[in-house]
Design a protein around this ligand. Structure first.
Ligand code: CP3
Length: 345
């Protein structure tokens, strides 16, 4: 079976591996010149909607580096199509939601479409990528977690302090509930369709949930993320639950679900295992900025992460957040080699 040949999938299950698997969040993107070249021809959304092109972009980092997993090229905002929310990516500013949802009146515009149909391009990309990937390279599908996606719908784009999001959550709890229910239903359908299309592991990105205090997480977020994980559980694929700045939320996030927890560099791996139990597989947690540091410093940081993991089976090496556009390819290449060589069992 394919599963038994991928050290990424083995590590996600806490099984013995020959060395620590490694991949990078946002491993396809602007730091690669072959990606920038394609971007001269296509917008981000055009790439995502053309399976042949999205397949190429997904495979770009696989061809260049010896990473252990591919992540399907898409964006966490694509499912907004299935929720009746219009959006775009503008140059330099990132995502823009033209009519943010901020009131009980606005929420009436929401609906639950059919992600299998609305996002068929992503399922097709997964199929194309899987048929070209070596069995030793795992294929990861993903979606944004309800909080992170809903925060974009409410804020209208990137936010520093999530003022509109928290205000709506506190002022109109029933509107919040409706948004979160819609998002969790769409993401559950989208992710099960991705597994059916060939995704061998799933990552749920709750990138911005670290802005919440634990009690608010428990009340306003946990039930919805939990619903998604519960729907995915019967598929028995590894489920990575990722967030940044989540040091105070880890136990609650684990309670919400996921079989692997993804953490950033603000918490040490040792502390994460102490809190979550040593048999919880963990993914992380090099600071993406370390890739921009001089070689000696980068190597020291990689060593620190490996030392914290202490050669245990349930560790997947990754960054604590996505690769930055300024990242030198040589640094990425070096990290992959170091991780594999230094963690040889
Ligand atoms: O990891 C991968 O290689 C797969 C591709 C992927 C993209 N977005 C493509 C993309 C993934 C996994 C995402 C997830 C995503 N998208 C998240 C969660 C992860 C995280 O970083 O926190 C979020 C919050 C988004 C929303 C989003 N998309 C933002 C905020 C931006 C603009 C910021 C930026 O980096 O410019 C995007 C655009 C986007 N999505 C790019 C890529 C490669 C930028 C590249 C481009 O414009 O060509």
């Amino acid at each position: 079976m394919i599963e038994h040949e991928s050290r990424f999938l083995k590590a996600c299950r806490g099984e013995e591996v020959d060395c620590t698997p490694v991949w990078f969040m946002r491993q396809a993107g602007r730091y690669m010149k072959e990606y920038r070249k394609l971007r001269e021809k296509y917008t981000l959304l055009e790439i995502c909607s053309r399976p042949e092109v999205a397949k190429e972009v997904t495979l770009q980092p696989i061809r260049r580096f010896d990473v252990d997993a591919a992540i399907v090229f898409a964006d966490i905002l694509l499912p907004l199509k299935s929720m009746g929310v219009d959006f775009d990516f503008t140059k330099g500013e990132g995502p823009v939601i033209h009519q943010p949802i901020r009131s009980p009146e606005d929420v009436k515009r929401l609906h639950v479409g059919d992600p299998k149909v609305d996002l068929r391009c992503v399922m097709e990309t997964l199929g194309l990528v899987r048929s070209e990937l070596d069995p030793k390279t795992a294929l990861i599908g993903f979606a944004g977690a309800p909080f992170t996606v809903v925060s974009y719908i409410i804020e209208g784009g990137y936010s520093r302090n999530f003022l509109h999001t928290k205000r709506l959550m506190y002022t109109h709890p029933e509107t919040w509930q409706r948004l979160m229910e819609t998002a969790s239903e769409v993401m559950a359908q989208y992710l099960t369709a991705q597994i059916d299309a060939g995704a061998q592991a799933i990552q749920l990105f709750d990138s911005w949930v670290g802005c919440l205090e634990p009690e608010d997480y428990r009340r306003y977020v946990l039930p919805y993320s939990q619903k998604i994980f519960a729907r995915l559980k019967p598929y028995s694929v590894p489920l990575i639950h990722f967030g940044t700045g989540t040091a105070t939320l880890l136990e609650l996030m684990k309670e919400a679900g996921g079989t692997v927890m993804g953490v950033d560099w603000r918490i040490s791996l040792k502390e994460t295992w102490r809190r979550l139990g040593s048999n919880t597989p963990i993914q992380g947690n090099l600071d993406p900025v370390a890739l921009l540091a001089p070689r000696g410093h980068l190597e020291e940081k990689v060593d620190q992460v490996l030392e914290q993991a202490g050669g245990r089976s349930g560790h997947i090496f990754n960054l604590g957040h996505g690769i930055l556009p300024q990242t030198p390819l040589e640094s990425v290449e070096a990290v992959v080699q170091w991780v594999h060589a230094k963690s040889k069992r």
